[in-house]
Design a protein around this ligand. Structure first.
Ligand SMILES: CC(C)(COP(=O)(O)OP(=O)(O)OC[C@H]1O[C@@H](n2cnc3c(N)ncnc32)[C@H](O)[C@@H]1OP(=O)(O)O)[C@@H](O)C(=O)NCCC(=O)NCCS
Length: 165
């Protein structure tokens, strides 16, 4: 059975991305970031980068959110996550993150690490709500705005007490 969202209840499928998802992924990427990843980088993530796991959330055949994670030894590095603007605040990114936590626990990952812009209130609230804690800061890391990068980590040690569905 497919998981359903609380608000409103719609069916969402989560699976690995294929190249046929590229158009939808690029549309979301370009609508979400001031410096979007170029298409060829995204193709490389889906087809060639052996460290990379690209995951999509679909409603019907439409990709409504995607996530890119690099798996390096016992670490998972969340490189990118975005939800299509029309689908935001409906619990889709939380579903993706819970999927990531499930995968991490299954694969005996020890830690998930990510970087987030200091002023990205929505993303920081999402990560904090899942138990991620700030473990570092890179001053002026983002050259387009001069914003700092906040490094956040979550140790994976069995059950995650902060987790919400
Ligand atoms: C961050 C982002 C991925 C969240 O996606 P989403 O599908 O809207 O998120 P969800 O509906 O699953 O919300 C999950 C949590 O995120 C936080 N959040 C989401 N939207 C928020 C908002 N407008 N204000 C404050 N917190 C918000 C909340 O903690 C929320 O939990 P709650 O609903 O229990 O309060 C989305 O805003 C996005 O695509 N932003 C642009 C790309 C981006 O910044 N990616 C992160 C890069 S580090």
């Amino acid at each position: 059975m497919l998981p359903t969202l609380a608000k409103p209840r719609v069916e969402i499928e989560i699976r690995r991305a294929f190249t046929r998802d590229l158009k939808d992924i690029m549309d979301i990427e370009e609508a979400s970031f001031t410096s979007p990843w170029p298409r060829d980088v995204m193709v490389n993530e889906i087809t060639a980068n052996t460290f990379s796991e690209v995951t999509v959330a679909l409603h019907g055949k439409k990709v409504v959110s995607f996530m890119i994670c690099w798996v390096i030894d016992c670490e998972r590095r969340l490189q990118n996550i975005a939800t299509a603007p029309a689908w935001r605040s409906r619990g889709v990114a939380r579903m993706m993150m819970n999927h990531l936590l499930d995968e991490a626990q299954r694969a005996a990952t020890s830690v998930i690490i990510l970087e987030v812009r200091e002023l990205n209130r929505e993303a920081r609230a999402l990560y904090s709500s899942l138990g991620f804690a700030q473990t570092g800061r890179r001053n002026g890391y983002y050259s387009d705005t001069g914003e700092d990068a906040i490094i956040m980590s979550l140790n994976i040690d069995g059950e995650n007490s902060e987790r919400r569905e």
